[in-house]
Design a protein around this ligand. Structure first.
Ligand code: ATP
Length: 270
């Protein structure tokens, strides 16, 4: 069971330079994860405990997972990822045990970064303990909190959680000693979008007419994940026309397509 729900990567291969924008967020993650792992004596000398857990919150596809992977990579820590939804929905009745396993695996692989995506799935304030499914969710969350609280010998294990639904979180997980470092990861601004284009086109064969400043303005509201999709789609337009160079028009058409697809998705939901 363990192997199927936990993603364990010895070196996740994401560098800070792969992340566009998010400078402040990156600094904060480094301060809370990197410093305690690399120079624990700084904290013992001053006589404070390093922050326990970090919570990254913001819209989908903005780089939360990338940040967690980059800091694990930088510190040569093992990256262990689990999704909150998998903890409770995939193996009914196993949630609390999986959480125990998660921390056990992390301690075996020290230094390690535990990344819990979609933490809202196990820590939502709407949970009603009277129904059995919700009781299971609560047990899973209690186990997580007790692992974090009883973390005297936390050693070289850091915990990062992420959510797209900050407003739904049970405040209990935000108490001091738990996920007490909140970092908002917003959608990129125009400058960030331009940077993200540059990152994702590094390996692409671009025509001379391609510039990203105006394009970045045009696609306001796009996330990093969408920008990556635009780059791939632009390449597909070139391939369809049997070209090896990607032109400005390909990027425009790619955005029109991706934007239209998103709108269609939204219509379906509502
Ligand atoms: P979710 O909330 O949906 O899990 P997330 O915030 O964790 O999303 P990531 O998985 O980090 O998002 O990003 C998805 C992909 O989008 C990345 O692999 C990367 O290719 C691209 N991406 C997102 N944000 C950025 C960014 N700031 N810079 C560069 N690429 C980005």
């Amino acid at each position: 069971v363990r192997a199927r729900v936990m993603e364990v990567e010895e070196s996740p291969g994401v560098e800070y330079t792969d992340i566009g924008g998010l400078t402040e967020q990156m600094n904060e993650v480094r301060e809370t994860v990197e410093m305690p792992l690399e120079s624990p004596e700084m904290f013992t000398d001053v006589g404070i405990d390093p922050p326990s857990g970090i919570l990254l919150h913001g819209p989908p596809g903005t780089g939360k997972t990338m940040l967690a992977k980059a800091v694990a990579n930088q510190t040569d820590a093992t990256f262990i990822k689990m999704a909150g939804s998998e903890l409770v929905h995939k193996f009914i009745g196993e949630g609390a045990k999986l959480v125990r396993d998660l921390f056990e695996v992390a301690r075996e692989h020290e230094p390690a970064v535990i990344f819990i995506d979609e933490i809202d799935a196990i820590a939502s304030k709407r949970t009603d303990s009277k129904t059995s499914g919700d009781a299971e969710v609560q047990r899973t969350m209690m186990q997580l909190l007790s692992e974090m609280d009883g973390f005297e010998e936390r050693g070289e294990v850091r915990i990062i959680a992420a959510t797209n639904r900050f407003d739904m979180l049970d405040r209990a997980i935000l108490r001091p000693g738990r996920f007490d470092r909140l970092i908002e990861v917003p959608k990129p601004d125009a400058e960030g979008r331009e940077k993200i284009f540059e990152i994702h086109t590094r390996g692409m064969n671009l025509a001379d007419d391609v510039t990203f400043e105006a394009l970045a303005e045009e696609i306001s509201g796009a996330s990093g994940a969408q920008i990556k999709a635009i780059c791939t789609e632009a390449g597909m337009f070139a391939i369809r026309e049997d070209r090896t160079e990607v032109r400005m028009t390909d990027f425009h058409e790619a955005w029109a397509k991706i934007d239209a697809d998103e709108d269609a998705d939204e219509d379906e939901v509502s």
